[in-house]
Design a protein around this ligand. Structure first.
Ligand code: FAD
Length: 137
């Protein structure tokens, strides 16, 4: 975690230009002061207005983006064989996160994930099916 009294100091510690940090703070502040509605699998939740960030000390936590599941991807049939225009492509199989997967409908597919199947289950099962099919070729 980084800590500084001013955005200039914080920028220097993070190697990020201070004007970029100031822009990000201004963008955040522009969304403050009004209640926000967030959509969740259980329905909308009303959140109280956020307070704007005006004075230091300023804190920064470097974070890393990660890819948790796929939304979109290769379309497969029940044999895990890749489809092109709805027809199987010879000897091409796809599984797990490479496929269109289960994160399709609704609110980022969360209803499906929680009540039907998990991404790991799908990865393992589609891999097993593809392996069996490949061994028959
Ligand atoms: C932080 C996090 C939390 C998650 N939590 C859950 C959870 O709680 N429940 C759940 O169901 N799912 C969860 N998931 C999703 C789940 O982990 C993935 O959907 C699943 O692992 C996908 O499996 P996969 O085999 O398709 O791909 P991966 O697990 O990504 O496997 C692909 C493999 O291919 C290797 N590879 C890539 N390129 C090459 C190459 N050129 N040559 C050789 N090897 C290569 C990679 O190193 C990797 O080992 C989570 C994912 C993340 C990131």
């Amino acid at each position: 975690m980084f800590l500084a009294d001013t955005l200039e100091e914080l920028g220097a510690k993070l190697s990020i230009p201070a004007d970029k940090l100031a822009e990000a703070v201004a963008e955040y502040n522009a969304g403050c002061g009004v209640p926000e509605t967030i959509m969740t699998p259980g329905g909308p939740i009303e959140c109280p207005p956020k307070d704007p960030m005006t004075d230091g000390p300023w804190y920064a936590l470097p974070l890393k983006l990660f890819h948790e599941n796929s939304i979109g991807g290769i379309v497969i049939d029940e044999n895990a064989q890749a489809l092109k225009n709805g027809r199987p492509m010879p000897s091409l199989y796809a599984t797990g996160d490479n496929t269109r997967g289960i994160m399709m409908p609704g609110n980022v597919g969360s209803g499906y994930i929680e009540s039907t199947i998990s991404a790991l289950t799908f990865a393992l099962c589609s891999g097993y099916i593809a392996g069996e099919e490949v061994s028959r070729e």
